[in-house]
Design a protein around this ligand. Sequence first.
Ligand SMILES: [Zn+2]
Ligand SMILES: [Zn+2]
Length: 276
Amino acid sequence: MVALILACRLPPADVAQPLDIVTWRALAEEAGDGPTTLQFIEVTAGPAPAVAAAPAGPFEMAEFVFGPTVATWPDGHTLVVDAMSDAKGTSEAMPWIDVPAEATARQDALLLSARRIVATHEHFDHVGGLFHSASFDGFADRLSLTAAQVANLPELRRSGLRDDQIASLRPLPLSSPAAIDGGVVLIPSPGHTPGHLWVYVRLADGRETLLVGDTCWQPGAIATGQGRPRALQWAMSEDGEAVRAQLASLRALQDSAPDLAIACAHDAVAMRALAP
Ligand SMILES: [Zn+2]
Ligand SMILES: [Zn+2]
């Protein structure tokens, strides 16, 4: 299987499209003061074959982390990005990953107190915690899934969305980068899924972070321009061409903005290093 994955890996493509961070900065500033903290709240972590994420030896393992990221403003209001599925929702796809009930309870408390909740994309480890939550009705009015994410209803259902929850979804139109709060800009980035988005955050002190969700699982993918193996992309219905172009664009962006923290959603080092 590993040999097949390696054999099917696509060569890097020179397909970078310039990413307009100048516009993101302007949109973030126009929307008001940025948050003072951006913190990853780890629900769980576990090993995965590194080759599934970026070029690596066949027996190398990487640590994957899972959980929401929370931006907090000086007045105490918060924005939550993503919600890891509970143990039941995780057991089918990743039976080796333990999701403690106490951790999802902490995540529920964050969702209930958030002013706004967004998701990078439609997969269960990013939205499953919303749909499986017993508190769903308590935060559904502050949930802002985008129109593209809601349009991918089969994937949301696989992630745990129930029929009785569908009426609560009020799709947010997002066809170009748009601020969602002071200092925070959502950027459509379809590829890994049709409704995938990135979240640009400019903290009040000027530090910048780009949460790039599952466009990459490990930073090596950006450095080399090589993403997931083709067999895995096919299994996930990922638009591999789009993702390769995005990885090349992110690499160019990192070169032009070296202080920008670009964080792949499951990269333990980058996520744990977010500004506390
Ligand atoms: Zn994903
Ligand atoms: Zn993921």
